[in-house]
Every structure is written in structure tokens, then in C-alpha cells.
Design a protein around this ligand. Sequence first.
Ligand code: HAM
Length: 416
Amino acid sequence: MRDVMAPESGRWRRFVQVFAETVEAAGYQQIIPPLLEDIGVFTRVGEATDVVSKEMYDFVDKGDRHVALRPEQTASVCRAFVQHRPTLPWKTWYTGPNFRYEKPQRGRFRQFDQVGIEVLGVTDPDLDVEVIALGWNFFAALGLRRVELKINSLGEPSDRLRYTEALARHFDRHRSELSEDAQTTLTRNPLRVLDSKRVEDGPIIAAAPRIDDFYSDEAATHFRRVCDGLDDLGIPYIRDERLVRGLDYYRFTTFEYAGGTLDSAQNALGGGGRYDGLVEELGGPPTAGIGFALGLDRTLIACDDEAVFPTLDSVLDVFVVDTTGGREALLLTDEIRRAGLTADRAFDGRSMKSQMKAADRSGARVALIVGSDELATGMVVIRDLRHGAEQMVVPRSDLEVRLRQQLSSPSTKDQS
Ligand code: HAM
């Protein structure tokens, strides 16, 4: 778990802002679910997965309830739907931290943030295309170029079941050739063996039955329409028939956005799919669902690697330097902030030199200086901190106008 400090924290906020703008422009509204849920919300949706069986932060609270810090938010959104029954179709987006007891490494943390969307109540494959396209467009809005979209379909639940059984038979025949990890996975969830990155499992996975041979007509048609829709929008994708995803609730379409710069075990910048049975499992009526979540921490690493979506410099307009004791700084920062500009100041009656150092460090565009002469004559000095030592003395009554003029004139630094 990490501390996110400035200026990185500002970049996180901007990331969420760009995401909110992208999805709100498509009719999604925000939900803020709690960090903590009854453990049943998660166990009912993925007992066979590592996320639920091995990685949950769960405990018994003071009221003897078995609760868990959420490992993801799709299950919470479905629980909220069952509880509040918003009108369908329900299009919602979220952001916030999730918790998984994983082995921390570059791009993998025990507390990590996601942004995501979910839509309940629509079976139309055009919605799959809309959802996938929104994620794609968001990565483009960040400036990322090396993102690959992988898509697959797991078919209907009965297709998935027949496929899983066929896989189990195949892998069982080759059990002794599989890695120890894959053998353990096989016992719990044969589908997940397809995810193994171990060399020794490669040939056995390559010879495994293919999902395409197990689709019902409906599943095949749905998947074809999703692919056609992506073609219509000119969104390039890779069909990855091994894409099974790490959570159990998927059926029909699944997809992942892979970054081009991270290690393959951590290169999924985001992923999602359909989960048409999940609301029912949580006690609601049969309701279609689809969505995705994008990893914020990981996507920002990808942005660093591609040198896009940079951290921004300070946004401070003014730093007030008051050598008359501090009262003028109190009044001036208040006046400037009320006028809608940003301002900071020094405290503790420090020397002129020390305050000017603080002004430089703050990244402010101009320093506003009040000494005893200025105080006596009702003037202030505006010094452009990014423009050499250029400065002017202006009457306090003209301060706002003159400040705005100075702030809107391009500095030498901006011009270069
Ligand atoms: P997920 O694939 O488990 O799906 O997580 C989505 C994304 O969250 C990953 O692609 C990755 O970027 C990020 N992520 C996951 N675990 C970690 C970690 N330990 N450290 C850093 N980043 C991580 C879900 O969570 C589903 N709820 C997605 C979804 C929404 N499906 C349907 N709707």
C-alpha cells in the first residue's frame, strides 16, 4: 500500500476527471459504494477465484458480522441495484480503492484504484460495443498509443459449462505434464489453466479444446455482432480465445486492454465483460449486466512509460510576501482568493529572503510583496517570478486588475 503525494496526487485527480467527462458524456452517473461489504457479496460471485478465495481482506467486525474490504466494485454495484432498484437501464460509473492480498510488484499493489462503468438491464450487443469503445476512447484521451484490445466470448453459461468440462478432461489427461501451479488451478477452475504463463504448460494449452466449438447459436451471433460493431467504429482488436479473466461471473463477451510496456503478468490496464447472472445470484431478478474496470495505478505507469499524461506544475497564481508582520498577507491572500485567483503565503514572520525562497519553491507565477514603504503608501509590488526580475508597483485599489493583466501576459518561459 502506498502514499500518493503531490504532484502525483493531482494527476490522479485529473485522471478521474477525464474519465468522468468521458463516461458522463455517454449518460453514465456516479455511484459511490462503501469500501466494506458483507463477505457474502463477494463469496457468492467468485469462490473459485484467487481474488475471492486467497486475496480478500476479510474480518469479523464488532457486531459479529463477517465483512470484507472490496476486492472490486462490480459485485457492490449489483448489490446496490438489488437494494435500491434504480430504473433500468441503469448506467453507472465509479472510482476508488480496492484491496487484494497479492504479491506486490511493479503494477501490482495490495491497495489499488480503479475507474469503471457498469450497465444493468440491456442485452443488446451494441451496448457491449459502446462499453468497449468508451474504455478505448479513454485510453486515447490520455494519449496512450500502445494499448491492445483483446476480446473473447465465454458463451452462455451452459456453453461455458460444457467447455469447462471438456477442458477439465483434456488437462486431466495431461495432468502430470502440467506445472504444479496449473495442477492446483485445474482442481479449482480448469478455465483458469488457460491463463498460465508457465512454459511447460504452453503446449498442453495450445492443444486444448477451443471455445468456438462450444457456442450456442445465440452466443455465436452475439459475439459476431460485437466484432462487427467494433469494425464499424474502426476499433482494432485481437481475438484472444484464451482470455478467460480472473473473476467467475463472466459470460458472453469478455475483453481486456493490454498495455505495451509492462511485464505480461501485469500488463492488463483494464478489463471487463458481461455478467448476466450476477444480479440474480445476489438475490435480484434476472438482469443483464456488462462493464469494465481500469486500473489507475497501472495505467499511470503505462503513461509514464509512453511519456504521456504528464504531471502538471503548480497551479498557484500568487505568493504573498509580507515583511510588515503578516497582517497584510492575511488580508491580501483572502482578497485574492475571493477574486477567484489562487494564492499562498509564508507564515511566522520570516525574513524577506526566506519568504522569496518560499515563493520560488511554491511555483507561483507572481510574488506580491508588501514592505513598510508599500504599506505606508497603499501600494504593492508585483514581481513576475517566471520573467526574470521584472516588477511593478501598483496601488492596492488596482490590485486585481493589474494581477490579472500580469497573469494573462505570456512569461518568457511560456514563450520559449
Ligand atoms: P480485474 O481484471 O480484476 O476486473 O481488474 C481490473 C483492472 O484493475 C486490472 O486490469 C488492473 O489494471 C487493475 N488491478 C487489478 N488488480 C490490481 C492490483 N493488485 N494492483 C494494481 N492494479 C490492479 C475487475 O475488477 C472487474 N470488476 C472488472 C469488471 C467490471 N467486469 C465487469 N465490470
